[in-house]
Each structure stands twice: as C-alpha cells, then as structure tokens.
Design a protein around this ligand. Structure first.
Ligand SMILES: CC(C)(COP(=O)(O)OP(=O)(O)OC[C@H]1O[C@@H](n2cnc3c(N)ncnc32)[C@H](O)[C@@H]1OP(=O)(O)O)[C@@H](O)C(=O)NCCC(=O)NCCS
Length: 194
C-alpha cells in the first residue's frame, strides 16, 4: 500500500483519501460520459502517447462507451472507482466481485497526470474494496505485448497465472493491430504478507 494513504473507518467508498484530501469514490451514472472519455484518452487516444504506456499501435477501436460504463455502475457486485482533483476526473478503475476473486479492469489515469503515483493509489483503493468484499484474490488481464505494464504489476506483487486468452478480431475491447496478441491473467492475494 502507498504510505501516503490515510485509511479511515467507514464504507469502502470512504477509505482511501489522496494527499490533497480528495477521497477515491464510487462513480454514479452521472459520471459515465467523463469516465468513457478518460478511458479512451488513456488507452487509445492520441494523448495516450503522452503517458508511459499506451495501447496505440496494438489495439484500435473503442475500449468502452458511456452506455457500457453506466451498465457497470448499475450492475450488482460491481463498482467503478474515481480519483479526482479540483479540476475534474484524474483516474478510474472497475472492480467486479466473483466467488473467489475480484476482477480489476478499466484502469486509467489521465495521460498528463501519469507517473505521479495516482495509479498506485487507485489500485490500493481497489484492493481495500476487494478486502471489504472478503474475496481472497485480485485478478486482472494485461496484453502480452505490454511488457512495461506487466513489470509495473509485478512490482505491485502480481504474478502471471499462466492463463492466456487470444485477443481476437471480434473482441469487444477493440480490434487487434498485430498478430499474436493475447490477454494474460495476473493475480495477487488481497491480503499481502507484511
Ligand atoms: C497504467 C496506469 C493506470 C498507471 O497509472 P500511473 O498514475 O502512471 O501509475 P503510477 O504513477 O502509480 O506509477 C508509474 C510507474 O511507471 C513507471 N514509469 C514511468 N515511466 C516509465 C517508462 N517510460 N517505462 C516504464 N515504466 C515507467 C514509474 O517508475 C512508476 O513505477 P513504480 O511506482 O514501480 O516506480 C496509467 O499509465 C494508464 O492509464 N495507462 C493507460 C491505460 C492502461 O494501460 N491501463 C491498464 C490496462 S491493464
């Protein structure tokens, strides 16, 4: 966990507070348009190349849209978490509860704000949320070609499980621009030793 985090008692949506005092909160359907725009900007938009990791050159098409985000917000056992500053939305992720794990996805930090620890805090918030769900593991999928991102998750104690699913032309997450793309599963316990 980031040492800058303050943890407070209360419902999961109140437990992670950023250094400027802004909580990482659960999205409502009113946030859907902004979340979809942020995800596009971070994953596939031209501005994503301002960040240190992008899907440009690997995957084309739409990662998500406002209607899909609204569905995630309204679904049971599902939460979209948001980090903001006074000027608006900085970061998001989506968490879904399964029997034996929570699945972490749609993880995005506004490109001009990457590399400042915001992603780490959002992952910490998701971990606390998964802990409140009493699931043992946190899981995610990452494209096999994104070596720098796999390394980032490994530095956060995630391990590759060996599971791999081809990223195909009919994938709802986008259109592959290279042969051999696959989504690899990574996992880590929600409760870490030490
Ligand atoms: C992945 C993402 C959410 C991380 O957010 P972030 O705010 O940049 O993350 P942090 O600031 O907490 O961490 C930045 C890390 O990048 C590393 N980094 C910075 N520049 C880098 C570079 N050129 N190459 C590799 N790593 C780099 C930093 O060392 C730091 O890692 P460390 O904390 O282990 O030292 C963000 O980059 C993003 O939105 N990417 C596009 C969308 C995406 O790929 N989502 C994940 C899909 S699985």
């Amino acid at each position: 966990m980031s040492d800058v985090l303050e943890t407070l008692p209360g419902p999961p949506e109140d437990v992670v507070v950023q250094p400027d005092g802004q909580p990482i909160r659960a999205a409502t359907t009113d946030d859907a348009d902004q979340v979809a725009a942020l995800v596009h900007a971070a994953y596939r938009g031209e501005e994503s190349q301002e960040g240190w990791t992008t899907e440009v050159g690997l995957v084309a098409g739409t990662r998500t849209d406002a209607e899909a985000v609204r569905a995630l917000v309204e679904a049971p056992d599902s939460v979209v978490l948001l980090a903001e500053d006074d000027e608006g939305l900085l970061a998001c992720c989506h968490l879904t509860k399964h029997d034996e794990h929570a699945y972490f996805g749609m993880f995005a930090v506004r490109p001009g704000h990457q590399g400042r620890g915001i992603g780490r805090r959002v992952l910490d918030a998701a971990t606390l949320w998964a802990r409140a769900w009493h699931v043992p593991d946190l899981r995610l999928s990452v494209l096999n070609e994104r070596h720098e991102l796999i390394a980032w998750y490994q530095r956060r104690d995630f391990v590759l499980t060996g599971e791999s699913v081809p990223f195909g032309a009919d994938d709802e997450l986008g259109r592959p621009l290279r042969d051999g793309l696959a989504l690899l599963t990574m996992s880590r316990p929600v409760e870490l030793d030490g």
